[in-house]
Ligand binder design. Sequence first.
Ligand code: FA5
Length: 339
Amino acid sequence: IKNDALTQISAAANLDALNQIRVQTLGKKGALTGVLRGMKDLTPEQRPVVGSFANTVRDALTAAIDQRHTELAADALQARLAKETLDVTLPGRPVHEGTMHVLDQVMEDVEQLFMGMGYQVVDGPEVETDHYNFEMLNVPKNHPARDMQDTFYITPEVLMRSQTSPVQARTLEKHDFSKGPLKMISPGRVYRRDTDDATHSHQFHQIEGLVIDKHITMADLKGTLEVLAKHVFGANHKIRLRPSYFPFTEPSVEIDVSWGSKAGSDDVTSKDNGWVEVLGAGMVHPNVLKSAGVDADVYGGFAFGLGPDRFAMLKYGIEDIRNFYLNDQRFLTQFKQEG
Ligand code: FA5
């Protein structure tokens, strides 16, 4: 048995075959186990002799099996390593690197500028109530100004915000003026039931700005927006204020930036008179302050709302606003930032 088994063990080609041999010799029904079982038929004198011999054989076989097992396991590992060898000199697969969306770039740039001037950046909900989107902003039900900002209604009282101005009302309500003035900007998405065309989208972006303190004047508004225009468009751009109307500001203005070949010309009759409208602004209406519980006799300030989509179009000469929302890689990767 011993010699047979030893020959087989050293010939075992793999771990499965080796296990087979172990079962055949040392297993419950194995050859050597059969010898040990047969001991009951031997004489008391024969038993210790045969028993001790059988045990020696078992130990020898177990050791041989263990050794062969170690050899075969090492061989198997070598074979696997050889099969899985990596060729580190192969060229890698190119990793596609995304780019920050051009609108996010414009918004982040504006955020950074205002943060540097001590403004806090505030978030507001896109699903808004009629109360904050309109009523708190001096736009009661049936006010004609609602026509300009028709939006998507979820219920008669809940809607997709048509502007970022509700964040003004929300922030005013919470602000503790005993701790200092309020200076905030609020970027985000807004929605309107406008028909999509080259310059309108039913979903676009705004950045709201609001400054409330004692003794804030229109000159502060103009100075602030001049800094903004020069930062975004370049130092050679001027701004001008044109009278306008918003229910939540009085007086209200629209801001134009000087642009194009006749930039800043005073020839307002010409179609290409060199001015482009970029945002709405004004001095916050006392009713807005009062609705939020702020003493309008003591505090006042300015607010503005700009469209980053229009900013980006102007800055980069993009002719169709829909480009921002089509996820066309060929368009988006043009605005890759360095570093
Ligand atoms: C407002 O929405 C006011 N909330 C802005 C404001 C804030 C005024 C604070 C005074 C004080 P208006 O509807 O004009 O105003 O929109 C502001 C800007 O959003 C516009 O100048 C324009 O740049 C952009 N905008 C308006 N409608 C669209 C549209 N459908 N698609 C893309 N941009 C738009």
